[in-house]
Design a protein. Structure first.
Length: 151
């Protein structure tokens, strides 16, 4: 397994791993999205809840959030975030204080490859996916701006 792959990510992921600006050739929108998404990782539960809320508001039609009740009368908490764009599906699953993240590539509606990612790598893939969609869609570009500005 290479260093980017992992089944689960601990509560305290490596700071900045995989999300540093890529340099002079990097997309400034991508850097802003990555920084905004990365901003509140110190509390993984709050991070996942906030990310789900921001993505649902900013990218309707691309994002599906599954919430489950924590107990008989407990609040519904985010268990899974699924972002589908083009031939790619990004899934973030939360189980208590742990998260797992995958990226799947599709062809003809069939998953042809699924990779398990570290949380930072998943966030970078999410930012890249949103940025690619934003280049081809004015609606998605505006959603990207809302995602960055509301963080």
């Amino acid at each position: 397994m290479n260093p980017e792959e992992s089944q689960n990510t601990d509560l305290e992921p490596a700071v900045g791993a995989g999300l540093e600006p890529a340099g002079a050739g990097s997309d400034p929108d991508l850097d802003l999205v990555a920084a905004a998404l990365r901003a509140d990782l110190s509390d993984i539960a709050a991070f996942v809840e906030g990310l789900a809320t921001r993505l649902e508001a900013a990218l309707p039609g691309f994002v599906e959030v599954k919430r489950v009740r924590g107990g008989f009368r407990g609040p519904k908490l985010v268990a899974e975030i699924v972002v589908t764009a083009g031939d790619q599906r990004l899934v973030l699953r939360r189980d208590g204080g742990r998260v797992s993240a995958t990226r799947s590539r599709f062809s003809g509606g069939i998953a042809i490859k699924t990779d398990t990612l570290e949380l930072d790598a998943w966030l970078k893939a999410l930012a890249e996916t949103v940025a690619v969609q934003a280049r081809s869609s004015e609606r998605t570009r505006q959603a990207l701006q809302r995602l960055v500005l509301e963080s």
